[in-house]
Design a protein around this ligand. Structure first.
Ligand code: SF4
Length: 112
């Protein structure tokens, strides 16, 4: 993966993925930058704090419309990375980051 230039979301987590038509959205989680603030778990059932590691863990990485709003909220409330957030919700049909989208242009805001 190139170190300069944006990361292509379509290259992440797709090997065991359910069909896009079933789960049009996916979570990309920068677990190594989570500091266990737990805000995500307060707003979404998809997020739980793992007591043994002290960081959050999503129950599902691929989601449909029914679970979209709560995961968008989790992405938006996450205070990690100076409020840029480490939970990324991506539309698999367009490869755009829906939330938190701190860049404002749909590019994936991971830095790894
Ligand atoms: S809100 Fe962010 S930093 Fe806090 S536990 Fe969830 S993912 Fe980690």
């Amino acid at each position: 993966m190139a170190e300069d230039g944006p990361v292509d979301p379509s290259t992440i987590g797709e090997s065991d993925a359910p069909p896009v038509a079933d789960k049009p959205y996916k979570i990309i989680f920068e677990a190594n930058k989570c500091f266990g603030a737990g805000k995500c778990a307060e707003v979404s059932d998809n997020w739980k704090l793992d007591i043994s590691t002290g960081i959050a863990q999503p129950q599902a990485y691929f989601i449909d419309e029914d679970d979209l709003d709560e995961n968008v909220r989790a992405a938006e409330v996450c205070p990690a990375k100076k409020d840029r957030g480490v939970i990324h919700v991506v539309d698999r049909r367009t490869d755009e980051e829906i939330a938190p989208d701190p860049n404002g242009d749909g590019t994936l805001s991971v830095d790894w």
